[in-house]
Design a protein around this ligand. Structure first.
Ligand SMILES: Nc1ncnc2c1ncn2[C@@H]1O[C@H](COP(=O)(O)OP(=O)(O)OP(=O)(O)O)[C@@H](O)[C@H]1O
Ligand SMILES: [Mg+2]
Length: 256
């Protein structure tokens, strides 16, 4: 009953492609919940459904018991939901701090560039916003680079800037699309510590897509596995790692 997120029978069709085909997912309040599955399984589409970028053809989506399908994407920050993207969504010319400040008033429609103009016009100097952004940067270890152009950062650091931006809005639910992609093992370990740290501090709930199952072991409370648009397994990281359907789904991909 303490599910913050509850999805049932979610179907998404893109033309002839069944990207999602009756997916169920329940995420408990305060959990770190992993979402795994082979390429093309429908993971990003599912995150897009939750963040209201994609409207499902069928199914129900409840957030704290409320119908989230009645909300628009731009309303999600006010509901306490933030996300990162599989492909970095950063403005390279802007400083690290500006990229995080953008996340603090992303309630307005429009692209990142519009947000940057807005940041540069005024909010940038607002002490409160700056303090919040700096605190978020501190929690991902990037405070010393706040005034550095984002383009000078390593790929791993840039992923952390996106995470700081999602985190700066003080969300109750954070949706992360492959934060571990392209990171080395040290950076993955750092990310795990960061997520465990922020979760502990305010009881945040995190739904995280990853291809690194080992990243979830010892961190995630629960894992859901998608394959070909369907939920094929759910359980603890260790349980799903040993699940025959999961092993088969990954072997099938490797052999393809
Ligand atoms: N906008 C779209 N238009 C048409 N087909 C799409 C669209 N978005 C996704 N798809 C298709 O839906 C299926 C699921 O894609 P999705 O990106 O959700 O998978 P994924 O699990 O995130 O994969 P990956 O691990 O590669 O990121 C794929 O067959 C993909 O080609
Ligand atoms: Mg994806």
């Amino acid at each position: 009953m303490s599910a913050i997120l509850d999805l049932h029978g979610i179907a998404v069709r893109f033309g002839g492609v069944n990207a999602l085909d009756g997916v169920a997912l329940s995420v408990e309040q305060g959990h770190i919940h992993g979402l795994i599955g082979p390429n093309g399984a429908g993971k990003t589409t599912l995150l897009n459904v939750i963040s209201r970028i994609v409207t499902p053809n069928e199914g129900t989506l409840l957030y704290n018991g409320q119908n989230l399908l009645a909300s628009r994407a731009e309303q999600l920050p006010t509901l306490g939901i933030s996300r990162t993207f599989q492909n970095l969504a950063l403005i390279d010319d802007a400083t690290v701090l500006d990229n995080v400040l953008i996340g603090l008033h992303s309630h307005r429609p429009g692209g990142l560039m519009d947000e940057l103009v807005f940041v540069r016009r005024g909010r940038r100097h607002e002490r409160e916003a700056r303090d919040i952004a700096m605190t978020a940067l501190e929690s991902v270890g990037l405070e010393p680079l706040a005034l550095t152009p984002t383009s000078r950062l390593s790929y791993g650091q840039r992923k952390m800037v996106e995470l700081a931006r999602a985190w700066a809005g003080r969300p109750r639910l954070m949706l992360l699309d492959e934060p571990t992609a392209g990171l080395n093992s040290g950076e993955i370990a750092g990310l795990r510590d960061t997520l465990l740290g922020v979760r502990k501090s305010i009881g945040l709930t995190v739904l995280v897509i990853t291809h690194h199952v080992e990243f979830l072991v010892g961190m995630a409370d629960a894992v859901t596995v998608l394959d070909l648009g369907k939920t094929i397994a759910a359980g603890t990281p260790d349980e799903v790692r040993q699940d025959q359907r999961v092993i088969q789904a990954y072997i099938g991909t490797a052999a393809a």
